[in-house]
Design a binder for this molecule. Structure first.
Ligand SMILES: [Zn+2]
Length: 266
């Protein structure tokens, strides 16, 4: 069986890629010094070939060869697309989980990696620790031919996104959508519909995307959460944050297309 290997090597929020403008790809040989290595997955390509994906953290003391370069993780979605981006999310999550769970949070005992799957077990009290997934919601709210766009304080100047937030313990995803919208904007919504999902490694989110219709209330921005929010017509939208394949941008593109395809009013 022929084996090929892809390496997802990560350091400080960046991914190591082959520096070749004609072919953006992750390295297929491990030419750098790494701290820890984790096997991520195997893909059977055909009867005689398979591809394995490993992840590792780059040793800070390592000199990066001239043919490789580090790029910010947020850019990898645009450069490599899915499913590579999903593999990278998994790599980040596994590396962080392994680093952050070396000792038991209950008794302080040393944890041991279960080799067959992603589980660390306390050697003293057997408490298990797994990689964390934090469900988050993001919602596109429509009012006629407009949608609600909002600015967080950390957004680049002139860019606006959608209402988003983490699902809290003890609430359903649908309740989280209603709560985030009313907390941040003061309005209520109706007709919530599931749109899709996307893993997002900042730090360990699973973004669950929805569309909804405006129902009632006056837009009142919660300035502890948002800098600004407003209704924008589909053909007069402000700038958006990067990562054009992000689920936020997919939602907005879907809305624009639905409005452009609407039959003219007779
Ligand atoms: Zn323990």
């Amino acid at each position: 069986m022929l084996k090929s290997i892809d390496w997802l090597v990560i350091q400080n929020g960046c991914l190591l890629i082959v520096k070749n403008p004609a072919l953006i790809h992750v390295p297929t040989t491990q030419d750098v010094s790494v701290i820890k290595t984790h096997f991520l997955r195997q893909e059977i390509l055909n009867e005689s070939e398979n591809n394995q994906i490993y992840c590792a953290e780059l040793d800070t003391a390592c000199n990066i060869p001239a043919n490789l370069t580090l790029i910010p993780l947020r850019q990898t979605l645009a450069l490599l697309g899915t499913p590579w981006f999903n593999h990278i999310v998994k790599a980040c999550s596994i590396i962080n989980w392994d680093k952050n769970h070396q000792y038991c949070g209950r008794c302080g005992g040393k944890t041991i990696r279960e080799s067959s799957h992603f589980e660390r077990i306390c050697s003293a009290c057997t408490l298990p620790f797994y990689p964390r997934i934090s469900p988050s919601i993001i919602v596109l709210i429509q009012r006629s031919d407009q949608l609600l766009m909002a600015r967080s304080y950390h957004f680049a100047p002139g860019t606006y996104g959608l209402i988003a937030g983490f699902v809290e313990i003890g609430e359903s995803v649908e309740e989280a959508v209603h709560r985030e919208v009313i907390e941040e904007t003061g309005i209520t919504i109706k007709n919530i519909q599931y749109f899709g999902s996307q893993p997002w490694p900042f730090p360990d989110s699973l973004m669950l995307a929805f569309t909804a219709q405006y129902a009632s209330g006056t837009l009142t921005v919660n300035t502890t959460e948002l800098e600004e929010a407003n209704w924008y017509r589909f053909d007069h939208l402000p700038g958006r944050p990067g990562a054009h394949l992000s689920i936020a941008n997919q939602l907005i593109d879907h809305f624009i297309k639905s409005q452009q395809n609407k039959p003219p009013i007779a």
